[in-house]
Write a protein that binds this ligand. Structure first.
Ligand code: HEC
Ligand code: HEC
Ligand code: HEC
Length: 114
């Protein structure tokens, strides 16, 4: 029997959709130790932030959804050191604190551990 071209087209299209969905849904690890230079690593509860924030791009518009992305961009000069820390992490935590909501750490040693 000759393969039906229509079935092949539909099957290929469905596979494409599946690949896109699978890539978009890749959630990354629940917990990440972010590189924090001489101040020490920054233990980061990724899953809890995803639950609370929903929009991945609040963070990932600045760096890719890849392990070590922030460190790599800093090494390439594409991202200033402390930019993520100040403009994402600390900024949001301070805003939430001001709004009287649950918030994350705002002092050096509550984020960085040696
Ligand atoms: C509050 C900030 C923040 C939010 C919101 C966020 N992420 Fe991330 N994500 C990070 C950080 C930080 C890293 C680690 C980057 C690095 O290692 O330099 C990361 C890494 C990742 C990685 C790669 C991890 C690995 O080890 O391979 C994936 C995949 C990822 N995130 C997916 C998502 C998805 C999907 C969402 C939305 C549902 C999301 N993230 C929301 C901060 C965030
Ligand atoms: C909310 C968590 C948080 C707090 C609070 C915080 N940091 Fe950070 N810090 C980070 C993260 C995440 C990074 C890595 C990303 C970046 O460089 O923006 C970082 C990066 C750094 C770096 C750059 C490391 C490098 O070589 O690239 C230094 C230095 C630093 N922090 C010092 C401090 C000092 C000093 C304080 C207190 C005034 C502080 N941090 C408070 C999370 C935090
Ligand atoms: C848009 C807001 C937002 C951003 C951006 C954000 N956080 Fe948070 N973070 C929160 C809130 C809200 C909480 C407290 C609620 C909770 O624990 O679920 C929190 C809690 C935390 C905690 C405490 C968890 C615990 O065990 O008590 C850590 C550590 C933390 N954040 C680190 C970071 C780091 C590092 C970054 C930057 C890579 C970051 N956060 C970016 C909103 C944010």
């Amino acid at each position: 029997m000759k393969p039906n071209p229509l079935i092949i087209t539909v099957a290929t299209a469905l596979l494409g959709v599946w690949v896109v969905i699978a890539a978009a849904a890749k959630p990354g690890p629940d917990h990440i130790d972010i590189y924090g230079g001489t101040s020490g690593k920054v233990p980061f509860p990724h899953a809890r932030h995803q639950e609370r924030i929903q929009d991945c791009n609040v963070c990932h518009s600045v760096f890719a959804r890849e392990s070590g992305a922030i460190k790599r961009m800093k090494e390439q000069g594409a991202l200033k050191p402390k930019k993520v820390m100040n403009l994402q992490c600390i900024k949001c935590h301070k805003n939430e604190k001001r709004a009287g909501k649950p918030y994350g750490p705002v002092t050096c040693s509550t984020c960085h551990v040696k």
